[in-house]
Design a protein around this ligand. Structure first.
Ligand code: ADP
Length: 261
């Protein structure tokens, strides 16, 4: 608490009392801490791939690399690490756009059935590569008012996570259907699950249950933070149920009101 005080005098300059103002600065402090943590996290996330790119590039420049295999291995690492930086910067820019007051959402009437079918085709290929069984159950002809680019992002982030955090041989299920006032999107997997203690925090920027695992699968730690922002910008909400080693289910609800703006 921050206290600011001032004495009060009467007409003959005799001290009558004082005014004390108490400012509760815990919220300010918390926000300031969050900002500092965010900057530290971003710097750290960037530093790792940059150090690696620099190191491998230096070796390629300085050593006489006659071995073609090693050269192409090093170049491959450099390429992958640059992709990681690009993914991180893209996600950061997206988050910062979403966090701006004048959120640049472009609402239009969209056929969510077509949109989710398009995405299913892409996900099907990813699932196939990992020997995961992907099943989509999408209701016909659903129209919704929303930002198509952003809603695509919601599907992609949730489905990518479902595939990334599910071992080979597992299952991923997508359901899109209309409830009375809401569109319901369900993304269910039979993967590693999320421990109870982490469940409330997975929507925070850079929060990961297992950092190494997330990085290995190309995760930026920002996917769910972006999903939550987009869903809330559509006046919807997101829920998760999960059991360790059994799997996770994410539920997204988007209101069907005609005039979201
Ligand atoms: P990341 O890029 O690390 O996947 P996200 O913001 O998408 O970042 O997710 C945050 C964390 O939540 C992940 O690192 C992971 O620990 C956990 N998580 C998200 N989706 C799932 C899932 N389907 N199954 C298990 N854990 C998940």
């Amino acid at each position: 608490v921050e206290i600011v005080g001032a004495p009060i005098f009467n007409d003959s300059n005799v001290l009558k009392g004082a005014v004390l103002v108490f400012h509760d600065i815990t919220e300010l402090k918390r926000l300031e801490q969050m900002r500092k943590d965010f900057v530290a996290n971003v710097s750290h996330e960037l530093k790792t791939p940059i150090t690696s790119i620099k190191g491998f590039a230096e070796t390629l420049i300085e050593e006489n690399m006659d071995d073609k295999n090693i050269r192409s291995k090093f170049l491959d690492i450099i390429y992958k690490e640059s992709e990681r930086i690009q993914a991180l910067v893209d996600d950061l820019l997206e988050l910062s756009r979403l966090e701006k007051e004048e959120m640049h959402l472009r609402f239009e009437q969209i056929n969510i059935t077509n949109l989710s079918q398009e995405i299913s085709t892409i996900i099907q290929q990813q699932a196939y590569k990992k020997e995961i069984k992907f099943v989509a159950n999408i209701q016909n002809d659903i129209l919704i008012n929303g930002d198509p680019y952003r809603l695509k992002q919601v599907f992609i982030n949730l489905l990518n996570n479902a595939i990334n955090y599910t071992p080979q041989g597992g299952k991923v299920f997508l359901e899109v259907k209309l409830l009375s006032d809401y569109l319901q999107i369900v993304v269910q997997d039979s993967g590693i699950g999320i421990p109870e203690d982490d469940m409330n925090r997975i929507f925070e920027r850079f929060y990961r249950v297992d950092k190494a695992r997330s990085r290995n699968t190309g995760g930026t730690g920002l996917g769910l933070a972006i999903v939550k922002h987009i869903v809330e910008a559509h006046k919807g909400y997101i829920q998760v149920k999960s059991e360790v080693e059994k799997g996770s289910t994410f539920y997204v609800y988007l209101p069907m009101h005609k005039n979201i703006s």
